[in-house]
Design a protein around this ligand. Structure first.
Ligand code: FE2
Ligand code: FE2
Length: 234
């Protein structure tokens, strides 16, 4: 299966219409389109409707997760409804199987990496913050553990490893992802992980379990490959 992967489209009212021709090209080069969150700029339904319009006659299955920007206006349920009405698979600790490939996905959250990860200790605000990460990672792991088929792919917004953040300021790393996502996916045979969010990160890395991790933030892909999407064969 050829996955056309991109992320961080950040659609906003009045944005130049650059995606229609890109989606046309993708139809000829891939079997599925994956968008790794930040579909909108400030989480407005009218921004999501631009994406829905641009995908109106798109012929491939589309799988997305939401990003932090899609939460900004507190209209997540409306945005998810619009996307699902348009036939888009919105993954929220859920999965979808297309042929031999099963996809699990969720937004993910902050928390940092490895021994520098934020721990649930001290003030209740800090405990609540990191518990959000722990709860989402636990749900992701439960779904990942039930995936079937020979090929398992995960779609996230936040990064599961540090390597694909290289290029970002290290002070920001705890807000760009968490290794709790890596720990949720590695034990369950997920071999490809696609994420966004880190606009100035690096395109590729590996988890400790050997899964290939792709940062498909549009800005990263344009910087490294001069293209707004990346074809990943699985
Ligand atoms: Fe973004
Ligand atoms: Fe983001």
């Amino acid at each position: 299966m050829r996955i056309a992967a991109t992320g961080d489209l950040h659609f906003y009212s009045g944005a130049p219409e650059v995606w229609k021709p890109i989606f046309r090209k993708i139809e000829h080069q891939a079997d599925v389109l994956v968008v790794a969150g930040d579909l909108t700029n400030v989480g407005l339904p009218e921004e999501a409707s631009i994406l829905v319009d641009e995908l109106a006659d798109f012929k491939l299955p589309v799988i997305v997760v939401l990003g932090n920007h899609d939460h900004e206006a507190d209209e997540v349920d409306v945005i998810i409804g619009m996307l699902r009405d348009a036939g888009v698979h919105v993954l929220d600790c859920t999965s979808v199987q297309l042929g031999d490939v099963s996809f699990v996905g969720t937004k993910g959250f902050c928390g940092g990496f490895d021994r520098h990860g934020v721990q649930p200790f001290g003030e209740h605000m800090l405990k609540d913050f990191i518990q959000t990460t722990i709860d989402e990672a636990d749900m992701l792991e439960r779904t990942a553990s039930r995936l079937k088929g020979p090929c398992k792919v995960a779609v996230l917004h936040y990064a599961p490893i540090r390597t694909t953040l290289k290029g970002e300021s290290e002070e920001l790393y705890p807000f760009l992802g968490t290794s709790r996502l890596e720990e949720a996916l590695d034990p369950h045979g997920v071999k490809v992980i696609i994420h966004g969010h880190a606009h100035y990160g690096s395109p590729e890395g590996r988890t400790r379990g050997g899964a290939v991790v792709y940062n498909v933030t549009r800005n990263v892909l344009e910087t490294y490959f001069n293209q707004a999407y990346r074809i990943i064969e699985v």
